[in-house]
Ligand binder design. Structure first.
Ligand SMILES: NC(=O)c1ccc[n+]([C@@H]2O[C@H](COP(=O)([O-])OP(=O)(O)OC[C@H]3O[C@@H](n4cnc5c(N)ncnc54)[C@H](OP(=O)(O)O)[C@@H]3O)[C@@H](O)[C@H]2O)c1
Length: 256
């Protein structure tokens, strides 16, 4: 009889938020991950509360805290769904502790590139502005369309999200725009961004290639936040044991 492999200890940054709670609710489906730390801001009303109870499950014994544990020996993996102001220091904590990180927080800006490169020399960092499978397919189709259509088409990227989303355009729109520029082969293609924020829309993206006499339209919609949470947990499992480096969702999708 072989003993089951030990579960990997998991930390969640932003555990009290919409995404963090969604991840907590799905965790029971991922027995190879064991929650070890649930983090939020120091001023959060959630500090000290049991994270399982906060997520509407039974108590799990892991309380919400603003403190990264002094001893991280039993944490192998972290998910970050927090805010840009916290995400870079979270990244540095993970690098210093040798903890693999899925960086799901968006709106980080250009200043984040260097700390991500620095951290990815020490740990595997999966930069994942969108962890849904369908959005990965949208990315791959947009790349192919851009390469096939060339620079004679203007590109319009449109995203719609709930009123609580802080960044605009979305991280997904920005990633699509960059991928399209690369696929066309340079900055010659004109890419415009529009965003709408309101209500409880989980996430919609539309890519349009507007040419002379024709246009191509690709779109993707998420109606349930659990799609992001499940994608994040699956991607995080994939990240365990990878050598240090910077990874993207495309690496995982292309490997499949
Ligand atoms: N990768 C993807 O597929 C994906 C999907 C959806 C969303 N996102 C991104 O994930 C991020 C979180 O989204 P959300 O909708 O869950 O946001 P949210 O509900 O506002 O949650 C933000 C979380 O960050 C915590 N936080 C705030 N300030 C902090 C600080 N200074 N230090 C540490 N923690 C802090 C909040 O805790 P308290 O307020 O309780 O302190 C809360 O737990 C956003 O950047 C969003 O764009 C990514």
């Amino acid at each position: 009889v072989t003993a089951p492999a030990a579960a990997t200890g998991l930390a969640i940054f932003g555990a009290s938020g919409r995404m963090g709670l969604s991840v907590l609710r799905l965790l029971p489906e991922f027995p190879s991950l064991r929650l070890k730390a649930a983090l939020c801001s120091a001023t959060s009303p959630a500090v000290g509360r049991d994270s399982g109870e906060l997520a509407g499950l039974g108590a799990n014994g892991v309380s919400l805290s603003a403190e990264w544990p002094a001893d991280t020996g039993d944490i192998g993996l972290a998910l970050d769904f927090s805010v840009p102001a916290a995400a870079i220091s979270n990244l540095r904590r993970c690098a210093a502790s040798g903890v693999a990180l899925l960086l799901g927080t968006t709106g980080l800006g250009a200043d984040a590139a260097e700390p991500i490169e620095e951290a990815s020399r020490r740990i595997p960092v999966l930069v994942a502005p969108n962890t849904s499978r369908g959005a990965g397919v949208l990315m791959s189709l947009a790349r192919r369309a851009a390469a096939a259509l060339g620079d004679g088409y203007d590109v319009s990227l449109h995203d719609v999200h709930h009123r609580g989303k802080r960044d605009a355009p979305s991280g997904t729109s920005l990633a699509l725009g960059e991928a399209i520029q690369r696929s066309v082969g340079g900055p010659s293609v004109r890419v415009g961004y529009t965003s709408v924020r309101g209500g409880d829309v989980v996430g919609q993206h539309e890519v349009r290639f507007l040419g002379a006499g024709e246009s191509v339209r690709l779109s993707h919609e998420v109606t349930d936040r659990a799609v992001f949470a499940r994608g994040a947990l699956e991607a995080a499992l994939w990240l365990i044991g990878k050598p240090p480096g910077r990874y993207a969702m495309a690496d995982l999708i292309e490997e499949k």
